[in-house]
Design a protein around this ligand. Structure first.
Ligand code: COA
Length: 153
C-alpha cells in the first residue's frame, strides 16, 4: 500500500538511535553513507541538516532519513542523502520524502536545487527524473548531478 504524505522531523534525543538502525538493502549500501556516518557529518558540519522521515498517517512510523543543505561554493541547496529503510521501500516513501524536502527547501530558499547519485543507481535516477530533476551534464566525485528549477510563471 502506498504510504501517502511524509513528515520530516529533526533527529533528536527521542529518535536518533532508531534513525541509526534504519538500513538499506545490502546491495544498496554502496549508494549511500550509513546514517551513523551522516549524523556524525551533520554534527561536525553545520551545513548538513539531518531529518527523520515519518509516515504522516502513522506518526510513530519512522521510515527513512535524509540530509540537505547549501553546497559550497555555489550555496545552491542540495539534497545530500536520502534513504528508505529496506522494509518500507517501493511504497512511496522516497517520492513522498522528496516532495516534502523540495517543499521545505523552496520555502527556505526559492530557486534551483540539486541532487547527485551513482551512475548505476537506477532507482534514484528514475525517482529524481520523475520529479523534474534534469541532468546538468556535471559529474561530481563520480556522481551524476541533476537540478530542479521552479516553474517559471
Ligand atoms: C532510492 C530510494 C530512496 C527510493 O525509495 P523508495 O521508498 O523505494 O521510493 P518510492 O517507493 O517512492 O519509489 C519512487 C520511484 O523510485 C523508483 N524506484 C524505487 N525503487 C526502485 C527499484 N528497485 N528499481 C527501479 N526503480 C525504483 C521508481 O521510479 C519509483 O516510482 P514507481 O514506484 O512509480 O515506479 C531507495 O531505493 C533507497 O533508499 N535506496 C538506497 C539508498 C539510495 O540509493 N539513496 C539515494 C542516494 S542518491
Amino acid at each position: 500500500m502506498n504510504m501517502g504524505r511524509a513528515v520530516l522531523r529533526p533527529v533528536d534525543a527521542t529518535n536518533w538511535l532508531e534513525v541509526i538502525q534504519l538500513q538499506v538493502a545490502e546491495d544498496q549500501r554502496h549508494f549511500v553513507a550509513s546514517n551513523l556516518f551522516s549524523l556524525a557529518q551533520a554534527k561536525i558540519f553545520d551545513r548538513y541538516v539531518p531529518l527523520a522521515i515519518y509516515e504522516a498517517a502513522v506518526p510513530q512510523a519512522l521510515v527513512g532519513f535524509a540530509t540537505y543543505g547549501p553546497h559550497l561554493p555555489s550555496e545552491l541547496p542540495w539534497i545530500d542523502r536520502l534513504m528508505s529503510d529496506a522494509r518500507f521501500q517501493r511504497r512511496g516513501v522516497g517520492r513522498a520524502a522528496m516532495l516534502a524536502l523540495m517543499e521545505r527547501i523552496q520555502h527556505e530558499r526559492p530557486g534551483p536545487m540539486r541532487i547527485s547519485y551513482e551512475p548505476d543507481n537506477q532507482a534514484a535516477e528514475a525517482l529524481y527524473a520523475s520529479l523534474g530533476f534534469m541532468p546538468t551534464g556535471e559529474v561530481l566525485e563520480g556522481e551524476i548531478v541533476r537540478e530542479w528549477r521552479p516553474p517559471t510563471p
